[in-house]
Write a protein that binds this ligand. Structure first.
Ligand code: ADP
Ligand code: MG
Length: 335
């Protein structure tokens, strides 16, 4: 990286802000070598995922840098979680425009430090560059999963129950709040929704426990229905969802009470970073126990079935009265 007016040089930045985040991981060599070395735990394999976020696309330029850092890390941890993997390490590629200050980078690194404590991961390497464009952050995360046991999208079976963790629609409505389109909502509800948009909570503690119970899993980032569609496609199955069973927060319920049309936003909005998975119906008690033990809501919302021949939609969503809700270009509408 060329030195800029605002910033110390690349190596100084790495030494000051990033090397401390590599402490405790011998294979990172203090970020002083060309590469890092990482081996899976005995009997495990490494699961890897990278996801980039771009200023003006995935976050706003004046968002707090610590939150940008944490979200960049957490979206990757969520993918690992969806596969039943335990997160261990990550790499960070960061492109910085000349307008960025050292205080911004310090706050960004503090955000990473906080999440390293929370999730038990270490920074093990990366790349630092300047850019004529917006801040761009690409993180690659690595986790361990017992060999051959990783949860896949394609393992669902006809008759499986569809489960989802946490609550759905909070983040999408949080973004709606940030866009000024839910002006009358009370402040507590608005803050909760925005918080859920800004800072996902990847289900890293729960997901390894789903190995041996779930037949298929993925994390909900594109929207509940879109991601269920991905699972159906990979599993070559169809699904029936009962909309009234989809778990909603108090804040989302409050929004729907006055803006019922926002059920579309809730079911299709995305950024939930919850885990959607399928398991045999008999697993319901074991899952309820797990839900209590780990204090993570796990809710059955529908079931997997064989796809019908012809032009039937792959996913059927049943509304309050048991009538299907029909998808059109503008979203999901009552039939
Ligand atoms: P090279 O010149 O060999 O491409 P770099 O100078 O880019 O290597 O990086 C030197 C070391 O610092 C490497 O171990 C690299 O992984 C690490 N590093 C560079 N940028 C970052 C970053 N943003 N976060 C973590 N580690 C980094
Ligand atoms: Mg090198």
């Amino acid at each position: 990286m060329k030195q800029t007016a605002n910033l110390p040089g690349e190596f100084e930045l790495i030494a000051r802000y990033f090397a401390p985040l590599a402490r405790g991981f011998p294979g990172a060599f203090g970020l002083l070598d060309d590469v890092a070395v990482i081996a899976p735990l005995p009997g495990h394999e490494l699961v890897a995922k990278t996801d980039a976020i771009v200023g003006g696309v995935h976050f706003l330029h004046d968002d707090p840098p610590d939150l940008i850092a944490r979200k960049a890390l957490r979206v990757n941890l969520s993918d690992l979680a969806a596969k039943g993997a335990v997160p261990r390490a990550y790499m960070l590629d960061i492109m910085l425009p000349k307008t960025v200050t050292e205080a911004w980078i310090a706050a960004f690194a503090r955000g990473l430090a906080d999440d390293q404590n929370e999730y038990g991961v270490h920074l093990i390497g990366g790349d630092t560059d300047s850019t004529p464009g917006p801040v761009t952050v690409a993180i690659m995360a690595f986790g361990d999963v017992a060999t051959g046991r990783m949860l896949r999208r394609g393992g669902a079976r006809a008759g499986d129950t569809v489960f989802v963790t946490g609550t759905i629609g909070d983040a999408a409505l949080g973004l709606t709040v940030l866009r000024g389109q839910l002006a009358n909502l009370d402040t507590n509800a608005a803050d909760f929704l925005v918080g859920r948009y800004r800072l996902p909570r990847p289900r890293v503690r729960l997901s390894p426990r789903l190995i041996g119970i779930a037949n298929a899993a993925l994390d909900v980032s594109d929207g509940l229905l879109a991601d269920l569609g991905h699972l159906c496609e990979a599993s070559e199955l169809a699904a029936v969802i009962e909309a009234p069973r989809v778990p909603l927060s108090t804040a989302v319920r409050a929004v729907l009470a006055t803006h019922s049309g926002h059920i579309t936003t809730v079911l299709t909005g995305g950024d939930d970073y919850e885990i959607l998975f399928t398991a045999p119906p008999e697993a319901v008690n074991e899952l309820a126990e797990l839900s209590r033990t780990l204090d993570v809501p796990i809710t059955p919302i529908g079931r997997m079935r064989s796809p019908s021949i012809g032009k039937q939609p792959q996913i059927t969503v049943l509304g309050e009265s048991g009538k299907p809700l029909i998808f059109d270009r503008s979203g999901w509408t009552h039939f």
